[in-house]
Ligand binder design. Structure first.
Ligand code: 3PG
Length: 401
């Protein structure tokens, strides 16, 4: 159900789950993409005269109140973007939340404190979650699910509360699902999937599922070295997941047998060491992929790989990209990620950037959202969607009540 089908919302309390899990540097939000992505739904609800009550989380406070994870910076930024005050409750379901919600007039917006301050929010015990969801449900006449980045979590504010109130998908969730369905069900071909990031283990099931749908898989980032190792190459001190070398070899074989291509780096930028905290790296050199020195680590793809990946991407009609090609937060190691981002902007077809990190990366690298077909707000959620898993926060909206 869409929010356009909820009938007259004047004076109704619309309880909405958003994903405002934004990257912070101290109190400063370094990428507000997830907040901006919620604006169409929030504006629609306000214009319809609803009293908007937002539930959101920040980080992983693990059931404890911790000012480090307060949603105060989010309330401030959201207020600026909406051009109205956003009242931040001092708690999640306590007296402050109650009085903040009770004080709302039509069209006004309140934000509850970080729902993950409540231990039951993420509990595995359904009864515990349900008891908390009942408290949330007292704040709403209807429930709107618009936090796409959390729909893969079976949590009280995402899943259980949707069982208790008339519910609908917000515009963001509806759009994300529509675009990702196009990728898995009716992609225009060639369909190229670009995967990066550090951990190959996180991407194995998505590779498994996408080998059936995509025409070409381009693999960079730290995860590429486990694939290269499976081809018998020496990767020096680069990231390596020994336990998955055989699985990578199997995927390479499987892809070949199915007439699909897996494109791997042909050169790399290597260094002795880096200090991520200080954002520094020792001298960076470019080496051929067969010549990674035993005592060095590959930290970004090299220029020949940039060209190869860009050419592959630009030949596509559909591209999905998740995960950086190197340690893009350090200037000298951001070129590979920048090259992939640029290639996507020059591709004539549907380009989808998936994942919190990749979405933040394209913005940090100076691109604007409208240079891409779609920037997904979901990291884990978009990957689980592409893995073919059922997402609890979506499935629950489709259930009969
Ligand atoms: C995200 O950042 O991907 C979402 O907000 C989900 O956060 P989580 O992985 O802590 O559940």
């Amino acid at each position: 159900k869409s929010i356009d089908e909820l009938g007259d919302l004047t004076g109704k309390r619309a309880l909405i789950r958003c994903d405002f899990n934004v990257p912070l540097d101290g109190d400063a939000i370094t990428d507000d993409g997830r907040i901006r992505a919620a604006l169409p739904t929030l504006t629609k609800l306000r214009d319809a005269g609803a009293r908007v009550v937002i539930m959101a989380h920040l980080g992983r406070p693990k059931g404890e109140v911790n000012p480090k994870y307060s949603l105060a910076p989010v309330a401030k930024r959201l207020g600026e973007l909406l051009g109205t005050d956003v009242a931040l409750a001092g708690d999640v379901v306590g007296e402050s939340a109650e009085s903040t919600v009770a004080a709302l007039a039509d069209g006004q917006v309140a934000l509850l404190e970080n729902v993950r301050y409540e231990p039951a929010e993420e509990s595995k015990d359904e009864a515990e979650r349900k008891a908390l969801a009942e408290k949330y449900a007292r704040f709403g006449d209807i429930f709107v699910s618009d936090g796409f980045g959390v729909v893969h979590r079976k949590q009280a504010s995402v899943y259980d509360v949707a069982k208790l109130l008339p519910s609908a998908a917000g515009y963001l969730v509806a759009k994300e699902v529509e675009v990702l369905r196009r990728l898995t069900e009716t992609p225009e071909r060639p369909f190229v999937v670009v995967l990066g990031g550090a951990k190959v283990a996180d991407k194995l099931s998505v590779i498994d599922n996408l080998l059936g749908v995509a025409d070409t898989l381009v693999i960079g980032g730290g995860m590429a070295y486990t694939f290269l190792k499976s081809q018998g190459k020496e990767v020096g001190e680069s990231l390596l997941d020994e336990s998955n070398v055989e699985t990578c070899a199997r995927y390479l074989e499987q892809a070949g047998a199915a007439g699909k291509t897996i494109v791997l780096p042909v050169d790399a930028r290597v260094a002795d060491s880096m200090d991520f905290g200080a954002r520094t790296v020792t001298e960076v050199t470019v080496v051929d992929i067969d010549n990674i020195p035993a005592d060095q680590q590959a930290l970004d793809i090299g220029p020949a790989t940039e060209a190869l990946f860009a050419e592959t991407i630009k030949g596509a009609k559909t591209v999905f990209w998740n995960g950086p090609m190197g340690v893009f937060e350090i200037d000298e190691l951001s070129r590979g990620t920048a090259a992939v981002a640029k290639a996507l902007t020059e591709t004539d077809g549907l380009t989808v950037v998936g994942g919190g990190d990749s979405a933040a990366a394209v913005r940090v690298l100076g691109h604007s959202d409208d240079e891409f077909g779609h920037i997904s707000t979901g990291g884990g959620a978009s990957l689980e969607f592409l893995e073919g898993k059922e997402l609890p926060g979506i499935a629950v909206l489709e259930e009969e009540k």
